[in-house]
Design a protein around this ligand. Structure first.
Ligand code: IMP
Ligand code: MG
Length: 191
């Protein structure tokens, strides 16, 4: 007989297997600061935010509302972690930009930079497309496992320890993106 499927906890936001690392309020305050910084840095310029799906969805939505500039958005989707294990460095474009970035000031908006392989490859691809400038904003920076040491992250929300984190757009095998906070999964086997 097939094993019983594991019961989900009654509510996801109070799941005891999650240890909150950054609260909703901390995230809001930090993103307001980043938004002010970007607004100052790009004063007098138009800006295009390129979100990397799916993980950046919440960061993108909150960050753009804190940037008081003429702004457009676009999205890309690339394969990297293939269901929560490890990065290979092979980046496949699953969904490309809808519009040209030629002569645009671009900020690539990412959820987390870990080894840096995905972003390094993605930036190489975008840099060949004639943008006026390209910078990188990552909600989280996990510097310890970094392989691509030269990758410069221009705007960082928070730096995290070398643990698997979820929430606020980040997932473990598709789950937890809806958490309004960032958490560490205490027991990954339990998920
Ligand atoms: P990198 O190529 O190793 O830098 O991996 C980047 C991608 O891996 C991110 O955009 C995430 O989708 C995923 N990733 C890396 N670390 C974590 C984590 O702690 N939680 C959830 N996703 C992660
Ligand atoms: Mg990602």
């Amino acid at each position: 007989m097939a094993a019983e499927p594991q019961m989900s906890s009654a509510t996801e936001f109070t799941n005891p297997n999650l240890e909150v690392l950054f609260s909703e309020e901390q995230i809001r305050d930090r993103i307001a600061m980043l938004g002010r910084q970007i607004t100052e840095d790009y004063a007098g310029k138009d800006l295009t935010l390129v979100g990397v799906l799916k993980g950046s969805c919440l960061f993108m939505a909150d960050l753009m509302r804190q940037i008081d500039l003429t702004l457009t958005i676009d999205f890309m989707s690339v394969s990297s972690y293939k269901d929560g294990t490890r990065s290979t460095g092979d980046v496949e474009i699953l969904k490309d930009l809808s519009n040209s970035i030629r002569d645009k000031h671009v900020i690539v908006v990412e959820d987390i930079v870990d080894t840096g392989l995905t972003l390094t490859r993605l930036l190489e691809i975008l840099e060949s497309r004639g943008a006026a400038s390209i910078r990188l904003a990552s909600f989280l920076d996990k510097p310890e496992p970094r392989i691509m040491k030269d990758l410069k992250i221009d705007y960082i929300g928070f730096t995290v320890p070398n643990k698997f984190v979820v929430g606020y757009g980040l997932d473990a095998a598709g789950r937890y993106r809806n958490l309004p906070f960032i958490a560490v999964v205490r027991d990954p086997a339990r998920v």
